[in-house]
Design a protein around this ligand. Structure first.
Ligand SMILES: [Zn+2]
Length: 86
C-alpha cells in the first residue's frame, strides 16, 4: 500500500521524517503551543520527539526562526516535558 504521510523536516537535526513521527509546535495567534495532534491552525514547526533535537533547535534558535517568534524558556521547558511524557 502506498504511504501518503507528508514529510516534514525537524528544526533540530534537519532530518526529514513522516509528519506523524514528529512533534508539532505551532504559532497559534501569536501564542506558541505544542500541538501533538497536528490540528491547530497557524505556522507550524516540527521536531523529532527527543531532547537532543530540542536542544539543537534551542541552540540554533531554529524553532524561533521557523515560528517567527521568540520562544521563552518556559516554552522550551513545556516542550521537553511533552517529549518526556511520550
Ligand atoms: Zn531531529
Amino acid at each position: 500500500m502506498q504511504r501518503r504521510t507528508p514529510i516534514r523536516k525537524c528544526v533540530g537535526c534537519g532530518s526529514r521524517r513522516d509528519k506523524i513521527e514528529l512533534l508539532r509546535i505551532v504559532n497559534n495567534q501569536d501564542e506558541i503551543k505544542i500541538d501533538p495532534g497536528g490540528k491547530l491552525p497557524g505556522r507550524g514547526a516540527y521536531l523529532c520527539p527527543n531532547l537532543q533535537c530540542l536542544e539543537k533547535a534551542h541552540k540554533k534558535n531554529s524553532l524561533s526562526r521557523a515560528l517567527k517568534k521568540k520562544i521563552s524558556d518556559d516554552i522550551y521547558e513545556s516542550i521537553s516535558e511533552e517529549i518526556k511524557h511520550d
